[in-house]
Design a protein around this ligand. Structure first.
Ligand code: TRP
Length: 332
């Protein structure tokens, strides 16, 4: 049977945090054995925020290190930098010719950006979904492991793919689906009471693989809590639910049940719970942190991996672009 094509990427806006891992990266690792996988670092998308040249490369390289530390294997999956695949940009241009202002303006992530950075509403932000569609369609991927926040972008990808197929009466592009390995999407909340773990959600909200033990502990001890339950079996407020959710992903079920029981009996001491969470979190994060240190110091190996990924990704992208140019009517 032909292997299914899988493609996904992460934008290098900072280090990998627990939210990236459980939302996407963990699925990349699980999928690489059974599928034909293309995992990239979205360093074209980075330009929407105008990074300096030093930051652009350093951030992209760091994401590569963290991909590897999380268990991605360059022998199994094609791992590459988006900017090493300029064919993506050609497809981006073709898709943009049939992407409409109205639909692009309605995208939730775009509307968020307009609110967050009203002085930098550039065309790259507006066409973020067409670039993302180009990333996926350049390999004709069928499955895209992403977190829940990317579902609308995936829907746009299907719209653009279908539109192209209709327009040229062809079946050049499959309609890719968001994918989560093994069912339920795990949503990772932040530490400051906000629903989502993320770098843009404020200082101290996210737990990064590179966090040193002391930093990690401090963040968790400072996590937002309320003044505690006053009645047995009381519904938990958002920030307490979040702490329990984090505990669920790094602690044993027994530990979670123990604190849940204390909560329900109004005997919980958040300080104790946080101490336990910090300890279990440290045990979870430590192996990643160690591997990041190791991998990050082997410049020659990183370069080899990037060259290898570039070559493999190029092969797949070239095939698609040649076909698409032919369909559109360009000279071969
Ligand atoms: N939008 C994704 C994020 O913010 C990154 C991304 C860019 C992506 N292109 C993609 C994800 C293509 C999946 C497929 O993390």
């Amino acid at each position: 049977m032909k292997k299914e094509i899988v493609c996904s990427g992460i934008r290098p806006t900072g280090n990998i945090h627990l939210g990236n891992y459980f939302g996407a990266l963990r699925n990349f690792v699980k999928m690489q054995d059974e599928h034909d996988c293309y995992f990239f670092i979205a360093d074209y998308h980075s330009l929407t925020t105008h990074p300096t040249p030093e930051h652009l490369y350093a951030n992209a390289r760091q994401i590569l290190v963290e991909y590897l530390a999380a268990g991605l294997d360059p022998e199994k999956a094609t791992i590459y930098l988006q900017s090493d695949l300029p064919e993506t940009i050609e497809l981006y241009l073709f898709l943009n010719m049939n992407a409409y202002l109205g639909e692009l303006e309605r995208v939730t992530s775009f509307k968020d950006k307009v609110r967050q950075q009203p002085n930098n509403v550039n065309a790259g932000l507006l066409t973020y979904p067409t670039l993302m569609a180009a990333d996926i369609l350049i390999h004709k991927a069928a499955k895209v492991p992403v977190g829940k926040d990317q579902e609308q972008h995936l829907e746009m990808t299907r719209t653009f793919a279908q539109r192209f197929n209709n327009m040229y009466k062809c079946e050049a592009f499959p309609l890719p689906q968001a994918y989560n390995f093994g069912g339920e999407l795990v949503k990772i909340p932040g530490l400051n009471g906000s629903g989502k773990m993320g770098k843009s959600e404020g200082e101290g909200n996210a737990i990064f693989f590179v966090d040193e033990p002391a930093v990690l502990k401090k963040k968790i001890m400072r996590a937002k809590t309320d003044s505690g339950p006053t009645q047995p079996n009381q519904e938990k407020p958002e920030e307490i639910k979040n702490l329990f959710q984090l505990m669920k992903v790094v602690s044993t079920p027994d530990t979670v049940a123990y604190f849940d029981d204390l909560y329900n009996k109004c005997e919980i001491r958040y300080g104790d719970m946080k101490k336990q969470l910090a300890e279990d979190m440290e045990n979870f994060v430590a192996p990643f942190r160690e591997r990041i240190k190791e991998l990050g110091s082997d410049e020659a190996r990183l370069n080899r991996i990037m060259d290898m990924g570039k070559e493999k990704a190029h092969e797949s992208a070239r095939r698609t672009i040649d076909e698409v140019r032919h369909i559109i009517g360009y000279r071969n």
